[in-house]
Design a protein around this ligand. Structure first.
Ligand code: URP
Ligand code: ZN
Ligand code: ZN
Ligand code: ZN
Length: 466
């Protein structure tokens, strides 16, 4: 049975337009938009009318970088697909692209099937997968083609974490060559992990064990160098490249220089690099462990280059890299040895709000907010226009956003399954009011009305920027 929903009186914001329009939803899709009070809009009838006056009507967020339940550093990320997608919905995100992991010695198939099982029947919002390649060999290269056929069209490689996820330059080149032929998008964790491991060992030998040393050994120049090297390898292979979690000004400069040459090179940053800094890593009493992630937080001066990159489109996407570990019992594993602190920050619930605050703070425009958080990640990863916009035929993944509501971010009130917030006490103007996923109410005026299992796997096409 088809429910017709009418969203009346809001300001519809997409990456392309701002329209004072009503939105008609039918069969889980956007059926039509028409100006407030127009003859077309006045003629519409519906089973349910949602009053959006005073609110923004925006596409649901697309978070293209999450790690639900990721096994890491002898523990696992604390959000399951159930808790993590519910929290995402609370924060106005209606699609996540999570990373399925190939373990060393495993086929891609095994890793991907494990992730299908983890997510199946658990998600409140739709989801898709990237594939992490930990073991590049003839077999896995062939498997890339099959995965693209089933809608898993992007592959993350690591220049960091030797012995875990690390690939050497030869393996990276082979994967890129494969991607240049099959349309896959190579995503790169660009840090020189071999050099970093030497610096880690030397720091620990000097007795430098606190969380702040995590930031010191993972040097800016080792992110910039790896970014440069990844770009050159992609040039040799003739493949596109997407650099994940860009944190440093010199890394942005490498991307900008490549793009100025016309190379198909893309970059993502995350709210933690835009709003947090090494000041957080230096918090006393081991509190800095809450902010340990890789690439690491940088001195505050780097933020200007990231914001500029987002404005100039040298960076196209803001994702969260949501990879939560509780302080108690998980981050604490690294007391006395920063290299044993599980890497990752929570944030899937906070991204849309933090970026709205960035609009108010003058960093980006309202439409750019929607572009970097919804439309551009959808295009980058082959989900557009099903996701990332509000247009006839698009999935009715729609957020009613109250731009005037005041909130204070806190672990006391968030919905992520983690015992701290990286943004504790931060004041935000703006808040998610109501969320629809394929036309179904998931959040209804600040109450959760969704259900585990509503969210489905979305097969993706290849990158739509190429
Ligand atoms: O610290 C991070 N980013 N943890 C998640 C794994 C990754 O490298 O993205
Ligand atoms: Zn209006
Ligand atoms: Zn990474
Ligand atoms: Zn990640």
């Amino acid at each position: 049975m088809s429910i017709r929903t009418l969203i009346r009186g809001g300001l519809v914001i997409t990456a392309a337009d701002e329209l004072h329009a009503d939105v008609l939803v039918e069969d889980g899709r956007v059926a039509a938009l028409a100006a407030h009070g127009s003859a077309a809009a006045e003629a519409w009838t519906a089973d349910r009318t949602i009053d959006a006056s005073g609110k923004y009507v925006i596409p649901g967020g697309v978070d293209a970088h999450t790690h639900m339940e990721l096994p890491f550093g002898g523990t696992a990320a604390s959000d399951t697909f159930e808790t993590g997608t519910r929290a995402a919905a609370w924060g106005g995100t209606t699609t996540i692209v999570d990373f399925a992991v190939q373990s060393m010695g495993q086929a891609l198939r095994q890793g991907l099937d494990t992730w299908y099982d983890k997510a199946d029947g658990k998600c409140s919002i739709d989801y898709a997968f990237h594939m992490i390649l930990s073991d590049v060999n003839e077999g896995t290269l062939k498997e890339m083609d099959h995965l693209i056929g089933e809608g898993v069209t992007s592959f993350k490689l690591f220049m960091a974490y030797p012995g875990v996820f690390y690939s050497d330059d030869g393996q990276i080149l082979r994967a890129m060559q494969r991607a240049s032929g099959n349309g896959g998008l190579i995503m790169m964790h660009a840090e020189n992990g071999i050099a970093i491991d030497v610096l880690v060992e030397q720091a620990l030998a000097r007795g430098e064990t606190d969380p702040r040393h995590h930031g010191e050994v993972r040097k800016v120049v080792l992110e910039a160098e790896a970014t440069h090297r990844a770009i050159q390898l992609a040039r040799v292979a003739g493949s596109p490249l997407y650099v994940v979690h860009v944190s440093a000004d010199e890394a942005v400069a490498e991307l900008a220089a490549a793009r100025d040459k016309g190379l198909p090179v893309f970059g993502e940053t995350c709210p933690q690099y835009l709003f947090l800094s090494t000041d957080n890593l230096e918090e006393p009493d081991f509190q800095g462990a809450k902010y340990v992630c890789s690439t690491p937080l940088r001195p505050r001066e780097h933020q200007a280059a990231l914001w500029r990159g987002l404005r100039t489109n040298d960076l196209q996407v803001v994702s969260t890299d949501h990879c939560p570990f509780c302080f108690r019992g998980q981050k604490e594993l690294g007391r006395g040895d920063f290299s044993k602190i599980p890497n990752g920050l929570p944030g899937v619930e906070n991204r849309m709000d933090l970026l709205h605050q960035a609009v108010l703070d003058g960093h980006i425009s309202r439409r750019r907010w929607i572009e970097i958080a919804c439309a551009s990640p959808a295009r980058m990863f082959g989900l557009y226009p099903q996701k990332g916009t509000i247009a006839p035929g698009s999935d009715a993944d729609i957020v009613l956003y109250d731009p005037h509501a005041e909130q204070v971010i806190s672990a006391e009130t968030h919905h992520m399954n983690v015992d701290y917030s990286a943004y504790e006490g931060k004041r935000i103007t703006g808040r998610v009011d109501t969320v629809l996923s394929r036309g179904e109410l998931v959040i209804d005026r600040r109450a959760y009305t969704g259900r585990a299992g509503h969210g489905v796997f979305i097969p993706r096409s290849t990158c739509q920027y190429l």
